[in-house]
Unconditional design. Structure first.
Length: 254
């Protein structure tokens, strides 16, 4: 073949190869886009299933109840170390013959089981309240609510009887929350809980306060209401937030 024809033919081959490469790249790009879209759709659908929502709520409860897990170094160590530890032990079961490894291996499942029972108890208190409550789910299930994020709240209680006893319960909650969450004499971005006019409370709340509201305030009000029907409704209003509070200012004393 003469050099002239060879040059033209080589050019045509390279052009065809370039077009094919572009087409393949386009097809790969479309496939990748479709894969990402389908994967996102799958996890979005999975996220709406009852099982996933149940697990999500449980894990949020665990992070609130075991507040020390919210410390970044602990989360990092657990996130990096635990999966590899469990994969290694499951792949090499003879490692469980070591008492130390066996204790570590079963420690976390036992803790999660205990937390699950605590969560069942927490939900049971809420479901068995003898008075209606509004606004709590809007606060407690807010996606922004966590250990470091605080909302300003106002709680209003509508009651027909025993205002003095209800007032005593409200004041006890204020004292307890200050003791656990607020350092005396320290400048706070969070608002300590205070009793307002009538049967009202106001203060700041994070995921820990959400648990305390149920375990202390609502539980005591329910006990009083079962003894003598007094309370018609408890209304919780989120007035502002969230406000981020750094780790050093956010320690719990419980």
């Amino acid at each position: 073949m003469d050099p002239i024809r060879k040059a033209f033919k080589e050019r045509e081959k390279l052009k065809e190869a370039e077009i094919l490469d572009l087409q393949r790249a386009k097809i790969r790009k479309i496939k990748l886009r479709n894969f990402k879209k389908n994967t996102l759709l799958f996890f979005r659908c999975l996220g709406r299933t009852k099982l996933f929502l149940y697990i999500q709520k449980f894990l949020r409860f665990v992070m609130a109840d075991l507040w020390i897990l919210n410390q970044s170094p602990i989360l990092w160590l657990m996130g990096m170390g635990l999966p590899s530890f469990y994969f290694t032990v499951l792949a090499l079961p003879f490692l469980l013959e070591s008492p130390t490894i066996a204790v570590i291996f079963f420690f976390f499942p036992v803790i999660l089981t205990m937390e699950w029972f605590r969560w069942i108890g927490f939900r049971r208190i809420l479901s068995k309240l003898s008075f209606s409550i509004s606004g709590f789910e809007h606060f407690s299930e807010n996606k922004k609510l966590e250990y470091y994020q605080w909302f300003d709240l106002e709680i209003r209680i509508q009651a027909d009887r025993n205002p003095e006893a209800i007032g005593a319960i409200l004041e006890s909650f204020c004292i307890l929350s200050k003791k656990i969450y607020y350092a005396p004499g320290q400048t706070e971005t969070r608002k300590p809980w205070k009793r307002g006019k009538g049967l009202t409370l106001s203060g700041s709340g994070n995921s820990r306060i959400a648990l305390l509201l149920v375990r202390d305030l609502f539980k005591k009000l329910d006990r009083l209401n079962r003894f003598e029907t007094s309370i018609r409704n408890v209304n919780i209003l989120v007035t502002s937030g969230p406000v981020y509070v750094d780790s050093l200012s956010n320690q719990s004393n419980d």
